[in-house]
Design a protein around this ligand. Sequence first.
Ligand SMILES: NC(=O)c1ccc[n+]([C@@H]2O[C@H](COP(=O)([O-])OP(=O)(O)OC[C@H]3O[C@@H](n4cnc5c(N)ncnc54)[C@H](OP(=O)(O)O)[C@@H]3O)[C@@H](O)[C@H]2O)c1
Length: 127
Amino acid sequence: MKQYTLANAPMVNQIRLCPGETQDELVAYCKERNILLEAYSPLGTGQIFKVPEMQVLAEKYQKSIAQICIRWSLQNGFLPLPKSVTAERIRENMDVFGFELSDEDVRLIAGLTGCVGLSKDPDTINW
Ligand SMILES: NC(=O)c1ccc[n+]([C@@H]2O[C@H](COP(=O)([O-])OP(=O)(O)OC[C@H]3O[C@@H](n4cnc5c(N)ncnc54)[C@H](OP(=O)(O)O)[C@@H]3O)[C@@H](O)[C@H]2O)c1
């Protein structure tokens, strides 16, 4: 992997990051180098709404699954980029600063491995 110094390190890396798809090795690499992780598809392109554990947490915190997911992303230090074409949902997705997930629940969500479709490995995909 390319070695970065303070002089040439990228400031931001936009990658697919959501519960079930946490890219731990790359996240650790970027965090060690203070590279901001922009989390695209932070709702798993909508797949996260089918995950039963997320429904349980939504009920526990009295928030929507989208809000739990976005809050989890923020508490991990990511910059989530949720997309919606629905004004009400866009407002809902911004309303994530009045509550906090417990450390235990942050870990629980991080452990939901494989619950959304995994990205294809660019080293093995047939382009
Ligand atoms: N760099 C890259 O290669 C790359 C690749 C993919 C995406 N992105 C970026 O990431 C952004 C988001 O990714 P994404 O569109 O794949 O997925 P996403 O934000 O994870 O999920 C979007 C889906 O969730 C639904 N949704 C959003 N908020 C909701 C809410 N509060 N309640 C219920 N459903 C909700 C949306 O429906 P509605 O729209 O119908 O409300 C849509 O179906 C994109 O806009 C794009 O800019 C970057």
